[in-house]
Design a protein around this ligand. Structure first.
Ligand SMILES: Cc1cc2nc3c(=O)[nH]c(=O)nc-3n(C[C@H](O)[C@H](O)[C@H](O)COP(=O)(O)OP(=O)(O)OC[C@H]3O[C@@H](n4cnc5c(N)ncnc54)[C@H](O)[C@@H]3O)c2cc1C
Length: 492
């Protein structure tokens, strides 16, 4: 059923409509930056939460709960009266009619816009080997983190049962993390700490301290963006924790019971491991393809779209793309690029509506990079400064407390960190069968979860089509008014 997007109002009453796609770093900070603007904001996102991705690995390893890193977007924006939040996966953006089409469980919604901020992020890239995903889930969403949590804690449970029967449980007690960037390093470090500190008194038939944790990467260095010196220090720190670091090892196959890697000398090695995790690459959201087709803007190998220096699309000054989706000046895929880009886009919209001249081209301010290795140990690269150990970890702690969304979340996260880092416990070890197998079960349905609910009736489909035609007519008229300079952002 199509939801009416705008209450009936006359053309004169209608404010400038800004649609924001995504509720991640770009989406949330872009919407918030428009709080005091004379516009109506509609945020459309495929999840109901704002996700703090940098702490997903702590949900996967039982330190934090999912709610602590993913507060409801609706609640975060509840006091922002000019903003509404809509659940929906955007499937199409029509730049000619200025409409965004989204779907939830087979129900379609069409939303017209005057200005658009696209911040739909990126997904895991398996470099053309998407079949690896079945046995080596990535880490991009709450679902991924909970699945991994289930797989990690579940592997220890199955190992205990197997050991009681006298079986070989080495593959169950081997955990392989693919990709030695910040996420891979953090994940490998946490699995090592989990097995050596948290679980060491919990089992009777197995010794969790003997779990094998392997970090694999095709590159010759750990944490390439942090430089060689910090890479070497991080590798040493991981090895001290008990992590086996295999560099120059390219994954060539992944199956239920293990994986195969090709080493630098051309030989192949098989690692028997039931639990694998993929943290090796990213691919920009597929919406860049439709934007590229409609504007001729180029896509790079990771699917990122080339944007103008003011983050707009060629020929479309009303459309901004920010964050992980853009290819501009080799900017990295980090939260600050999305946050600063979204604030810049919001300011550009404001300035145009106020008739002010455009801003200078977008310039990213690099505030530095951080990665944790284990409790009280991290690495930081801030400008020319390189920090390691406890000081870097304290910096990591401060930055994460500052950027976690919501006061309640900060308080409970700090309590959970105290439990895990000062003590040895982990508060969030709950794992269920559905967490582990839900993704694979949904993948087997033709249309995912939509197959599990009744489809829209013929009347609903007809109403949907009628509403779409009405909205397109409104959008065409708005585009005409905008182009003629009567409203919003002039085309030139
Ligand atoms: C595990 C992990 C650890 C990380 N660690 C760090 C770190 O330590 N420091 C750092 O700076 N960066 C880190 N990053 C990168 C950082 O999280 C991203 O660069 C940042 O989130 C990008 O912001 P974004 O707004 O472009 O996309 P996201 O924050 O990914 O937001 C995308 C939004 O779009 C929504 N969406 C996607 N497709 C659709 C659609 N079709 N329709 C509607 N909505 C859609 C998503 O649900 C989401 O709300 C990490 C990323 C990951 C995955």
């Amino acid at each position: 059923m199509t939801e009416p997007m705008t209450e009936p109002m006359t053309q004169a009453q209608r404010r400038h409509q800004v649609v924001v796609i995504g509720s991640g770093f770009g989406g949330l900070f872009g919407a918030k930056a428009l709080k005091r603007s004379d516009v109506d904001v509609t945020m459309i996102a495929k999840t109901t939460h704002h996700l703090f991705q940098p702490l997903l690995y702590q949900v996967a390893t039982g330190i934090l709960s999912e709610g602590e890193i993913a507060p409801p977007t609706r609640e975060v924006l509840a006091r922002q009266k000019n903003t509404r939040v809509l659940l929906g996966e955007v499937t199409d953006i029509d730049l000619a009619t200025q409409t965004v089409t989204s779907h939830v469980l087979g129900r379609e919604t069409v939303t017209p816009y005057d200005s658009l901020i696209v911040a739909a992020g990126s997904s895991q890239s398996y470099f053309g080997n998407d079949q690896f995903a079945e046995f080596a889930p990535g880490m991009k969403s709450i679902d991924d983190a909970l699945e991994l949590r289930g797989r990690i804690f579940g592997a220890f449970e199955l190992a205990e049962l197997g050991a009681m029967r006298g079986e070989d449980v080495d593959a169950l007690l081997t955990f392989v993390v693919i990709g030695a960037g910040p996420t891979g390093v953090e994940m490998a470090g946490q699995i090592a700490e989990l097995s050596r500190r948290t679980l060491d008194r919990d089992f009777r038939a197995i010794n969790s301290r003997e779990a094998r944790v392997v970090l694999v990467d095709a590159a010759g260095q750990v944490l390439p963006p942090f430089g060689a010196e910090l890479g070497v220090k991080t590798k040493r720190a991981l090895e001290k924790l008990g992590v086996e670091v295999k560099l120059g090892a390219m994954v060539t196959n992944v199956d239920e019971n293990g994986l195969e890697v090709k080493l630098k000398d051309g030989s192949f090695e098989r690692i028997e491991a039931v639990t694998k995790m993929w943290a090796a690459g990213v691919q920009a959201n597929g919406l860049t393809r439709t934007l590229s087709e409609q504007t001729g803007a180029p896509l790079d190998r990771a699917g990122r779209i080339g944007v103008n220096s003011d983050l707009t699309l060629p020929g479309h000054p009303e459309v901004f793309v920010v964050g992980d989706m853009i290819d501009l000046d080799h900017l990295p895929g980090v939260a600050q690029v999305a946050i600063q880009g979204a604030k810049y886009a919001a300011k550009a919209i404001d300035r145009r509506l106020e008739g002010k001249p455009p801003q200078q081209p977008f310039k990213y301010f690099d505030k530095g990079s951080l990665a944790t290795i284990s409790r009280f140990r991290a690495v930081a690269l801030i400008g020319r400064f390189r920090l390691t150990g406890v000081i870097a970890w304290l910096l990591w702690l401060g930055v994460h407390i500052l950027y976690l969304t919501g006061f309640k979340n900060r308080v409970t996260a700090v309590l959970h960190w105290a439990v895990s880092f000062v003590g040895r416990g982990r508060q969030e070890r709950t794992a269920t069968e559905q967490q582990i197998f839900g993704r694979l079960a949904l993948d087997r349905l033709d249309h995912g979860a939509a197959d599990l609910v009744s489809p829209p009736s013929a009347e609903q489909v007809a109403a949907q089509e009628k509403r779409r035609a009405e909205l397109e007519a409104i959008a065409v008229e708005e585009a005409r008014l905008t182009d003629s300079g009567a409203r919003g952002v002039p085309a030139d």
